[in-house]
Design a binder for this molecule. Sequence first.
Ligand code: FE2
Ligand code: FE2
Length: 253
Amino acid sequence: MTTLESNTVNLTLAQKPVTIGEMVVADYRKAEVFRKYGLDYCCGGKRPLEEVCQKKGLDPQPIQRELDELDLKPNTPLQDFEHWPLDTLSDYIVEHHHRYVADSLPMLYELTNKVARVHGERHPELVKIARHFDAVAQELQMHMLKEERVLFPYIQQMALAYRDGEALPVPAFGSVANPIQMMEAEHESAGGNLEEIRQLSSDYTPPMDACTSYQVLFAKLNEFEQDLHQHVHLENNILFPKAIALEKDKFAS
Ligand SMILES: [Fe+2]
Ligand SMILES: [Fe+2]
């Protein structure tokens, strides 16, 4: 990464974290604390702890204590996404998270529908889970296509132009903030469907009479949700705000 690009990072993300999304950007271990309390740090991450706790009817004090305890322990992040160049980060998201989603969707689609067909009479919530998952699958397929064909290539073009000191043509969508706003709304929608699935499945707890397919389905859905949280976190809390800041600071006319 060039010094200039480091400066852009400092401009956008070096302030003291205020929202829960910013807290996770600064220290990814905090995602686990938010996950434990069912707090959404990715789609709904642009709000302070007090506000998200109030919405969930939770006392923020014990959560704040756990977060403070983490500040006292040394942190060795596995991957320092916050300081990655934007083109490297968008490549990583595609290769790591988009590929995971694309690989998982057909299997999960088949499994949700199969388990709903076999056990739906005894457990009607399975039919609703399959319906929510169908919606997530359709939304995510279109969503990733838009990111891979339109938004990410533009962010990559922007990162390159900045490194090479070149001008950037104005894109058909005007400002990068426009497709980003659309992507964030789609994240909200997918996150909402997965939240419904989590509630319908009692936090992915299979009932006593669950067969192996049923148990595998809940374990896989849980894994899928966790991957999507990290995926959306990288986009909403790091890639997108940095792309908007880069455009504003370096390319705005
Ligand atoms: Fe994505
Ligand atoms: Fe996305």
